[in-house]
Design a protein around this ligand. Sequence first.
Ligand code: KMH
Ligand code: ZN
Length: 286
Amino acid sequence: MRVGQGIVAPEALLITVAPTGAETSKADFPQLPTTLDELVQTAQECEAAGAAMIHVHIRDDEHRPTLDLVRLTDTVQALRESTDLVVQLSTGGSVHDPLDSRLKVLDAAPDSCSLTMGTTNFGDDVFSNPWPFVCELYQLSQERQVVPEFELFDLGHVAALHRLLDRYGLPYGGSVHCDLVMGVPGGMPGTADALVSAVGVLPDQVTSWSATGIGRTTLPVALAALSKGGHLRVGMEDVLSVRQGEPVGSNRQLVARAVAMGEIAQKRPMTTTEARTLLGLARAEV
Ligand code: KMH
Ligand code: ZN
């Protein structure tokens, strides 16, 4: 296939940055970007370092996770004005967010949204994604012309993705991009073996995938993903140490490390334009 049909140069590595998440508190980790200014600055630094997409969770004035629609809309606009990154809003939110608020995230009109393919235990909590909610969110993404990124925390989520695509067809834009989220306590382990198992049963319709390993699984998962031809997600949502005893200083540091790992695998960071092509956004925008 050709560039422009969703396929980009094989040496291009999509690096997605997930800078904030919903689980870490500002008090525990002051370098976490929680204000809009901090998020914009992080986004600009990460784009300069090699990221092409940003996975966004936002916080309120007290630095608590929020799905406030005005804030989400302002955030999408600010990121568009200050960067060329593909802007992906989290529809996962925090484990405490109700399903209807999570559906409303699409009202903020992002380029992309995360879409988790099933319920998973999440440490001591439950990250709830019942099948009817998954179907509703997927159909809404098609209707609103938002490109979903399917979040796969478990092998069962891969099976659910088969079912979803068979039932409702391809996403808006025609590409199918997944992200393996590995090493969550309650989900699949962050190991090379688990990654190989999951990648081996992805639906044929999948056009690209990335992976991220939570906490200490971040490096094994990244290295396994590169070995299997996948892309990378990095950021403080997923990991807070660069090595034992050394806290992450900035999201840029994690993007730079992903670029360096990619270089060893003879990959270069994908441009934002290439990312739009990969994800089907370029075709969608024509
Ligand atoms: N914060 C987690 C409960 C997503 O962004 O879509 C869910 C999450 C996944 O982070
Ligand atoms: Zn997230």
